[in-house]
Design a binder for this molecule. Structure first.
Ligand SMILES: [Mn+2]
Length: 197
């Protein structure tokens, strides 16, 4: 079963996160941040990864620690669920529109962390959410999973649409990358013979 559960506790955040890569895109998400709940719910729905998140964070300061640490926890859980990375497609790409916004996500579960964050011209806030934290989320996730991630924005004027586009494109790209490739027959998808940093 390609499932994982992560408990990550620091003085800043207490996070319980569990997932099933071969799910139906359901679960309970309570991050303490409404906008992030919305993004993670649609990530789960469009990746078909069942996702449960419970976060008690120091949101009286701001949302920074919670957002970054949830990104790290999600990356850790995906890595744990993939085990030795045998048989997966490894690469994923999705170009997703939402009304006037258009975002492409290309990714490689390479074992190496790299983030090209090409989201620009956001308003500083979406509700009470600081939109600069989207980058922190993806940086934490890339570090923990060992993910090469290119997020490229082609169009968009509405901040909510642009961020939602990025999360949906990420969901569809990761869905492809973690799927089992029937031509691989359990091989590790690297000529190096191993996926690691
Ligand atoms: Mn929305």
């Amino acid at each position: 079963m390609r499932q994982a559960s992560v408990e990550r506790i620091t003085k800043e955040t207490q996070i319980k996160l569990s997932l099933n890569l071969d799910g139906k895109g359901v679960g309970e998400i309570n991050t303490g941040i409404g906008f992030l709940d919305h993004m993670l719910r649609l990530f789960s729905a469009h990746s078909r990864i069942d996702l449960n998140v419970d976060c008690k964070g120091d949101t009286y300061i701001d949302y920074h620690h919670s957002v970054e640490d949830i990104g790290i926890s999600l990356g850790l859980a995906i890595k744990q669920a993939l085990g030795d990375f045998k048989g997966i497609y490894r690469y994923g790409n999705a170009c997703i529109p939402m009304d006037e916004a258009l975002v492409n996500v290309a990714l490689d579960i390479s074992g190496r962390c790299y983030l090209n964050y090409g989201i620009t011209n956001l308003n500083p806030k979406a509700g009470s959410f600081d939109t600069e934290l989207v980058q922190e989320f993806f940086e934490g996730l890339c570090r923990a999973l060992g993910l090469t991630l290119h997020i490229v924005q082609f169009a968009g004027t509405n901040t909510h649409h642009i961020i939602e586009c990025a999360f949906k494109a990420f969901a569809r790209a990761i869905k492809i990358a973690v799927a089992i490739d029937p031509t691989m027959e359990g091989e590790i998808p690297s000529t190096k013979g191993v996926i690691q940093n």
